[in-house]
Structure formats: structure tokens, C-alpha cells
Design a protein around this ligand. Structure first.
Ligand code: ADP
Ligand code: MG
Length: 318
């Protein structure tokens, strides 16, 4: 049985060029850049709650950092350092090697150094803390939405939730459609470049981890405003569109979760600037509605009439 220190050395110690001191001492040392604030966020993934105990370890390693990167993206930050706290029942070296590969593959993709963590025996739990930098005073917050803003969504909504519904047999996808959606559930792509481009443009932003309705709801509450969105304007994949006649698929779009896209608001007179970013990043950005006075979220149908909650996919929202 390898010791805890062997495991840390073998699987979680890699060069950390962005740190003054990385893994191996009592604490890591980092030097933030001049004029920057640190954006810090932690997420915990618990076996049996956030993933299946037999989940693919490479994908799990990837996703555990991806969801944290998404939080930094939502603040408009540049992700730089991460720590990893891991509890597992026994040291399965194949599992750890694959988990570390997944974790370091996305770390490298986004230029993040793993600079420390903790390793302990226990039920399988993965907790990542990420630190990013954002120009002082400019971070994107949930609280800045104003009447006159458009509401925007990046990418497409609902595919990850559709894949989960398929795994849980709440919906039946063809093999081909399942193959299209499952990677979005297991290996989400955080919208880091977009977040940084939105600094000085978006008035508010959030990453969509619990479904657009819930996460836009957080913006509305923090900003003290309401929103109207058009169901038909919500960006969905060609795959999901095929299933939209099913209530379960409609639920995935608005109330699904695991999208890790960004929802943000921009004054409507600046619409062209958003479209230019979309072109430059090669990333679809959809204007789905607007911020209005009041409280709460209204979802409108093709005729501009408020949709019944059930029709919009909210039925088992609670
Ligand atoms: P301490 O007893 O001081 O808490 P540890 O023995 O827990 O130190 O950890 C030794 C070193 O290994 C520390 O630098 C710690 O940050 C790092 N470390 C522990 N577990 C991990 C992990 N899963 N990933 C990355 N670094 C880790
Ligand atoms: Mg420790």
C-alpha cells in the first residue's frame, strides 16, 4: 500500500511555473500580478450525489476542474492556480492515474497550475479551489443587471441535462443522439475566453450550472430587477430540438443544469459589440430576452404571451 506522500508525489506533483512555490511544502506561495484582484471559488463533488461511483475517472478529473473554471469565467477572470482536496476509500492507482490525467489535461488547456491540496481516506469526495485574476474593480458580478439590458446566453442549453435524463431513463435517446450529448455532460467546456471579453461590457454575469431559470433568477434577485425571455429564442442543439415536443426535453432547456454556459446582461445599445465577440470567438451568443422593472422571470411564447410553467418545462422544477 503506497503512502499518502507517494501518491501525492506520483500523481499530483507537476511543475507549477506560475507559482513561487508549488506542491510539497506546508503551503504554496503565489504572487498575484500588479493591479489584479484574486477571484477564488470552491466546488465539491460528492460520489453518489454529483456523480456515479463508477464514473470514468479521466472524465471526473476533467469535470472537477471544469466546473471551477466556469466560476472564474463567470467573473471575467483569468484562471491561474488550483488546489485539490481528495478523499477516497482506498488507493486505486489506476483510478488515481486516470483522474490525474483528466485533471491535468484541462489544467494545461487553460494554463492553470495545481499548487497544493489534501489527500485523505474517506468516502469519495473531490473538492477543488481555483484562483484567478481579474483587473481590480472590474469583475463581473450578479448584481449589476439594469432595466434596458438584453439577456444573453452563450452556446446551447440543455444537452447535458438531456444526456443525464437519458442515463436516468427519464427519456430515451437514439444511440447517435446520446453520443452527441454525453460529452457535454461529462466534459463541459468552460467559457473562460468569453468571460474575459465581457469585462467592461456586461453589467452582470453568471455561469449556468443549475439551469437558466434558476441561474438567471440569481442575477434578477441580486440586481433587484425582472426579466422576460422568449422560449423560442433559447439556443438549443439540433439534437435537442428533435425532442422538444417532450416535456422532459423542455425542462432540460430551462431547468436542466450542467450547461456551464454563461448568462450575461448588456445594455441593448451595445448589441453589436456582443455580436462582434461572438464572431471573433466563433461562439454562438444568443439574445434571449431583456431586463425589465419588477421581480421574477417571465417566459414568453411565440405570440409574446407568458407561457404556462408546465409548457415551459418548469413542472417539476421544485
Ligand atoms: P500537511 O500535513 O502540511 O497538510 P500534506 O501531507 O497534507 O501536508 O501535503 C503535503 C503537500 O502535498 C502539501 O504541499 C499539499 O498542498 C500537497 N498535496 C496534498 N494532497 C494533494 C493533492 N491531492 N493534490 C495536490 N497537492 C496535494
Ligand atoms: Mg494535509
Amino acid at each position: 500500500m503506497p503512502s499518502e506522500f507517494d501518491l501525492i508525489r506520483r500523481f499530483f506533483t507537476r511543475p507549477a511555473p506560475q507559482a513561487v512555490l508549488g506542491v510539497g511544502d506546508d503551503a504554496a506561495l503565489i504572487q498575484p500580478s500588479a493591479g489584479m484582484e484574486l477571484a477564488v471559488s470552491t466546488d465539491m463533488l460528492v460520489s453518489g450525489h454529483h456523480f456515479y461511483p463508477d464514473a470514468d475517472p479521466f472524465q471526473l478529473g476533467y469535470k472537477s476542474l471544469a466546473v471551477n473554471l466556469s466560476d472564474i469565467a463567470a467573473m471575467g477572470g483569468n484562471p491561474r492556480w488550483a488546489t485539490l482536496a481528495l478523499a477516497f476509500p482506498e488507493a486505486d492507482e489506476h483510478w488515481l492515474a486516470a483522474f490525474a490525467e483528466g485533471f491535468f489535461s484541462i489544467a494545461q488547456e487553460f494554463g492553470v497550475d495545481l499548487i497544493g491540496g489534501d489527500t485523505t481516506r474517506g468516502p469519495l469526495i473531490i473538492s477543488v479551489t481555483i484562483m484567478g485574476e481579474v483587473p481590480a474593480g472590474q469583475a463581473l458580478r450578479r448584481s449589476g443587471a439594469q432595466v434596458g439590458d438584453d439577456v444573453w446566453v452563450s452556446g446551447q442549453l440543455g444537452d447535458a441535462a438531456l444526456a443525464l435524463a437519458h442515463l436516468q431513463q427519464r427519456i430515451v435517446l437514439s444511440l447517435h443522439d446520446a453520443a452527441a450529448c454525453l460529452p457535454l455532460l461529462h466534459m463541459p467546456k468552460p467559457q473562460v475566453a468569453l468571460g474575459q471579453r465581457l469585462l467592461g461590457l456586461a453589467q452582470s454575469a453568471i455561469d449556468i450550472s443549475d439551469g437558466l431559470a434558476a441561474d438567471l433568477g440569481h442575477i434578477l434577485e441580486a440586481s433587484g430587477v425582472a426579466a422576460e425571455i422568449e422560449f423560442a429564442a433559447l439556443p438549443v442543439s439540433a439534437t435537442l430540438r428533435e425532442y422538444l415536443h417532450l416535456p422532459e426535453a423542455r425542462r432540460c432547456v430551462l431547468a436542466g443544469g450542467d450547461d456551464y454556459q454563461l448568462c450575461f446582461t448588456v445594455p441593448s445599445w451595445r448589441r453589436e459589440e456582443v455580436l462582434e465577440i461572438s464572431r471573433q470567438l466563433g461562439l454562438p451568443l444568443a439574445c434571449v430576452g431583456r431586463i425589465v422593472a419588477g421581480a421574477g422571470l417571465r417566459v414568453l411564447d411565440q405570440e409574446g404571451q407568458p407561457m404556462a410553467l408546465e409548457e415551459a418545462g418548469f413542472d417539476h422544477f421544485r
